[in-house]
Design a protein around this ligand. Structure first.
Ligand SMILES: *Cc1c(COP(=O)(O)O)cnc(C)c1O
Length: 369
């Protein structure tokens, strides 16, 4: 079976983790600080706070932004559930906007209609690694005095024009995940990037129980907090992986080129497209069937052919838990249409040309028979 995603670990990763394990620090040491500096430098942001997962990063970003009970947070339904779950965790309400059918990202033209007195923030998700319409979203946020927090978990290594995702040129904070399937991994891990000193200070304090050193050097707890720390072993791995991120993205883009070459002429499917200004990190390769009737049979055919296909994503509001909460009759017709036709093909660094050709052959065979 060719998996849809897989981590890529090399000898130097093993050496870095082993060295961290032998060092004086297993947590809260120099590797964590060096990883944060490397992340901030790579993205072109002032500050980075590394945490234990992308979910923890979202939670802390929402808390640092002061989001809470009664607030409405506009986001994309085409995302991993954590984006909206952490909105619920801080007591606020996710408000789902429809997506665009060229990028599968939140449609910036649908946002203004959703804004009410309760709206406090917009959380765009860079689906599959393709940057959302950040300049337009930032303009709306400015007009209505809203915060913008990017769920950039798919998009470390992506660019919008000259701006790296994570530079926070158009946002208040950007959130990354280093889960095993993401563009770099620390096994589990995440980070929040920001150019705002106040957010940065809050994030750091809340990551570690709300405790920090006062002016006399004593530990004091001034905020509510958690243990959302990343270990030194993970940070050491992250530093090694980050050094090769641009190489990783280049490889992903080469794989996408091969898919485009192999599948470009297949009638019955729609391939994902990159907008001219976007440099996608290609976290996922999602194709769509022209006909809804083909989606499940194609999915089953590919699985039977040894191709580890997947679905990204059912609309968050369609999950049983969200339905139970009352998220019904959400008017996102494009999202519903997208989700009934989307299939994720394998895309990871250990795919060989032969693997990709095997995937393509299996797709073509389905449409021939
Ligand atoms: C992976 C992911 C998350 C959660 O990250 P974890 O590190 O798994 O907690 C959140 N949002 C999106 C869009 C993701 O892909």
């Amino acid at each position: 079976m060719i998996p849809y995603a897989k981590q890529h670990i090399e000898k130097r990763d093993l050496a870095a983790v082993a060295a961290a394990l032998r060092s004086n620090w297993l947590t809260q040491g120099p590797q964590g600080l060096a990883f944060e500096k490397a992340l901030a430098d790579y993205c072109g942001a002032k500050y980075a706070v590394a945490v234990s997962s992308g979910t923890a990063a979202l939670h802390l970003a929402y808390l640092a932004a002061g989001l809470g009970a009664g607030d409405g947070i506009i986001t994309s339904p085409n995302t991993f559930v954590a984006t909206a779950n952490m909105v619920l965790a801080v007591g606020a309400k996710p408000v789902f906007g429809d997506i665009r059918l060229d990028t599968y990202n939140l449609d910036e033209k649908k946002i203004e209609n959703l804004i009410t007195k309760k709206t406090k923030a917009i959380v765009p998700v860079h689906f599959a690694g393709q940057p959302a319409a950040l300049p337009a979203i930032a303009a709306i946020a400015k007009k209505y005095n809203l915060l913008v927090i990017e769920d950039a978990c798919h998009a470390l290594g992506a660019r919008l024009g000259k701006d790296k995702i994570g530079s926070c040129t158009y946002s208040d904070m950007a959130v990354f995940s280093f889960h095993a399937v993401k563009s770099i991994t620390t096994a589990e891990g995440g980070a929040v990037l920001t150019n705002n000193r106040k957010f940065y200070d809050k994030l750091k304090i809340m990551r570690s129980h709300g405790i920090h050193k006062d002016e006399n050097g004593f530990n004091v707890m001034t905020e509510f907090g958690y243990n959302y720390r990343l270990t030194e072993l993970q940070a050491a791995l992250g530093i090694e992986q980050l050094k090769r991120l641009d190489k990783f993205i280049k490889l992903r883009r080469q794989i996408v080129k091969i898919y485009e070459h192999e599948l470009g002429a297949v009638m019955g499917i729609i391939l994902p497209k990159e907008l001219p200004l976007n440099h996608s990190a290609w976290h996922l390769y999602v194709i769509r069937t022209m006909s809804k009737a083909d989606r499940l049979p194609l999915y089953r055919h590919l699985l039977k052919s040894g191709v580890g296909v997947n679905f990204h994503y059912p609309a968050v509001y369609s999950q049983p838990y969200y339905k139970k909460l009352g998220f019904r009759n959400i008017a996102c017709p494009r999202m519903d249409n997208y989700h009934r036709t989307a299939i994720t093909l394998p895309l990871h660094l250990e795919l060989t040309k032969k693997d990709i050709e095997r995937v393509a052959r299996a797709v073509k065979l389905y449409f021939k028979s």
